[in-house]
Design a protein around this ligand. Structure first.
Ligand code: ATP
Ligand code: MG
Length: 365
């Protein structure tokens, strides 16, 4: 799918803007604090129903204005046109319209504007704690599997109950029996979560290693594996059985600590470049490229799921990448509509990029 045009009113530092887009490459250029990210944010809000950088809806309204609106015209691969609108009035609830008709549930909005955003915070995927990588797995898997989404919610609920029990009821009569009941449920849901994550990481590894090789001119090999305490990963039953054994073996430690020390809530992704751990040893540029390769795998995954290419929004990805990587990144997704922000377009100019649409942003204009 492609965005044809965007109309903004009182959105962030924009007064009024009507901007058309190229079906392939669009480069938004401007100095710091001019409104480049704001334009991507307007598109993102229309696709996901919320911003990626604030939870306060009112922040999106231009200072001093009473409302903000975003109107996006897009074209599906079958040629159908759709107009998606987002409106927010200060003090009121936000509203979404599709082809002029109000929609009441966010779930009806999701998926209409298929977007993939990469922004500087996505580096957390590489740099920060395992929790970030689990969040990534949960988000990606929930997108493609509603069942996974339900499983992880249920797993977390059972985990909370078991932790409560460890903390508050360990001296109560019948504690051992009670904990065994929770362990069985935890192992059942946990095995489903681990099984799905192993499967997903397998395809993530295949897709992202190809993207990474492309962007690095085949100099670097990216490898992603799922890290879990479970060794017997043949199938659901072997995972469940081993998890159950580990829960029992770790009960004494868990009682001392007051929380459950094994299970998918403790797992991680191991991310290696040329067999070296990228979190500890990677350079800034390598870390950024690896984060991009992982995130951009979503394009393939979404394409497989819904049969349509998403739109790629790249906020400030060029800094820290050398000229070769910048060029290879842009070429890797030539057929996907891409909207990219940068403070300096000169570095990435070449023949293909000369054909792209360059959008100059200065002080919200
Ligand atoms: P950088 O290159 O530093 O990332 P940018 O061009 O992406 O810059 P944006 O984040 O798009 O910059 O815009 C930031 C500007 O928007 C800031 O100067 C900020 O003051 C202004 N701004 C943010 N919210 C509002 C608002 N609600 N009303 C008016 N101006 C706003
Ligand atoms: Mg910005």
């Amino acid at each position: 799918m492609k965005i044809k045009s965007v109309v903004l009113e009182n959105f962030r530092n924009y007064d009024k803007l009507k901007q058309s887009f190229d079906p392939l490459l669009n480069i938004i250029v401007g100095d710091n604090a001019q409104g480049k990210t704001n334009l991507l944010e307007a598109i993102y809000v229309s696709g996901f129903g919320k911003s990626f950088r604030t939870n306060k809806e009112a922040d999106l309204i231009k200072f001093g204005a009473a409302y903000a609106s975003v109107k996006i015209e897009c074209e599906r691969e079958n040629g159908a046109l759709e107009i998606i609108e987002y409106r927010i009035k200060s003090g009121n609830k936000k509203a979404f319209l599709v082809n002029g008709v109000n929609i009441t549930k966010i779930s009806e909005l999701l998926g209409r504007l298929n977007l993939i955003l990469f922004y500087p915070d996505d580096l957390k995927l590489i740099k920060e704690s395992p929790a970030e990588r689990r969040r990534f797995l949960n988000r990606e898997l929930s997108h493609i599997s509603h069942i996974y989404c339900l499983d992880i919610i249920e797993y977390n609920r059972i985990l909370m109950q078991r932790n409560e029990l460890l903390k508050k009821f360990q001296h109560k009569a019948g504690f051992k029996d009670m904990v065994e009941v929770w362990d069985v449920q935890l192992a059942e849901k946990g095995a489903r979560v681990i099984g799905k994550r192993i499967e997903f990481t397998h395809s993530l590894n295949e897709i992202s290693s190809k993207i990474h090789a492309n962007i690095t001119d085949y100099q670097e090999h990216l490898k992603v594996t799922y890290v879990t305490s479970v060794k017997n990963r043949e199938n659901y039953d072997t995972i469940k059985q081993e998890l159950l054994e580990q829960l029992a073996q770790n009960l004494e430690t868990d009682l001392k600590r007051g929380f459950t020390s094994v299970g998918p809530h403790r797992d991680d992704l191991d991310i290696l470049i040329n067999d070296i751990n990228i979190k500890s040893y990677g350079s800034q540029g390598q870390q950024r490229t690896a984060a991009l390769s992982l995130k951009l795998s979503e394009i393939e995954i979404v394409r497989k799921e819904i049969g349509e290419s998403p739109i790629l929004l790249l906020d400030d990805v060029m800094s820290e990448l050398d000229h070769n990587r910048q060029r290879d990144l842009i070429y890797a997704f030539k057929e996907v509509q891409t909207i990219i922000t940068t403070t300096d377009v000169l570095h990435i100019l070449d023949d293909y990029i000369n054909d792209s649409k360059i959008i100059q942003v200065e002080n919200g204009k």
